[in-house]
Structures are given as structure tokens and as C-alpha cells.
Design a protein around this ligand. Structure first.
Ligand SMILES: [Cu+2]
Length: 139
């Protein structure tokens, strides 16, 4: 009898409602992923990171020239960064964002001249697949 009562009690505890599971999911910031040309002629692109291991988008295409790249980290917990992979692309890109805390955004500017795929990564999460590709168009 006592054992049966314990089982019943234990069975009662597990039905806790998870609560409001559909509360405002972080939406994509405006303009993310769109390559535009600023008034000063520089190409601009904004990427987003969040509490996962994905660049949004993870690929984009620019023309040869100067690129102003902004990364917005809308994560609540995860810190990311963005570095171009030395030696893997057709030309070195020294610019990078070494640390992007939750809620932060940073902008870098650099010039590309060689068409082809310029891979980049979040060095904290490379193993988890947080990589991307910037393609520079041929002319
Ligand atoms: Cu990361």
C-alpha cells in the first residue's frame, strides 16, 4: 500500500506546464542579408548571429571593392566573432571582429579585389559548423 501511494505521488509531479513557449522569438533585424550600396559608394551587408551556431545568412556575394560588414549579435547568451580564414581565400582579409558579446553589433571595413569564395568563421564555434562564405564576383 505504501509503495503504491508513493508511485501515485511521484506520477503527479511531472505535468508542469512549460509556460508561454511562444513568446516573441527573436526576429531578424531589418536589412539583414541584403547587400546595398551606401551613399559613399561602399557596399554594405549586415549579418546576424543569435543563440545558435549559424551566420544569417551564411553566404553573400559582393563586387570587387570596399565592403562594410556589420554583424549584429541578437543572442541573449552566446558570444561570437567573425574572422576570415587566413590562407583559404584567394586573398588575405585582415579585418575581423574578435569578440561580439550578446546584444552587441560591430562593423568592419575592408577591400576585396580577387573574385572567388572568401570563407569566414566564428572561431569559437568552427567545430559546430558556424562558418560562412563571402563570394566576390568576377567582372
Ligand atoms: Cu559563434
Amino acid at each position: 500500500m505504501v509503495a503504491a501511494a508513493l508511485v501515485l505521488l511521484a506520477g503527479c509531479g511531472g505535468e508542469e506546464s512549460p509556460g508561454s513557449g511562444s513568446a516573441a522569438a527573436p526576429s531578424t533585424a531589418p536589412g539583414v542579408g541584403e547587400v546595398t550600396t551606401a551613399p559613399d559608394g561602399v557596399q554594405e551587408i549586415t549579418l546576424q548571429t543569435q543563440d545558435d551556431y549559424v551566420f544569417l545568412p551564411d553566404s553573400f556575394t559582393v563586387d570587387p571593392g570596399t565592403v562594410r560588414l556589420t554583424v549584429v549579435n541578437v543572442a541573449e547568451e552566446m558570444t561570437h566573432n567573425l574572422e576570415f580564414d587566413d590562407g583559404e581565400g584567394p586573398e588575405p582579409i585582415d579585418a575581423g571582429i574578435s569578440l561580439l558579446a550578446p546584444g552587441e553589433q560591430k562593423t568592419i571595413e575592408f577591400t576585396v579585389t580577387v573574385p572567388g569564395d572568401h570563407p569566414f568563421t566564428c572561431t569559437f564555434h568552427t567545430q559546430l559548423g558556424q562558418v560562412g562564405t563571402m563570394t566576390v564576383r568576377g567582372r
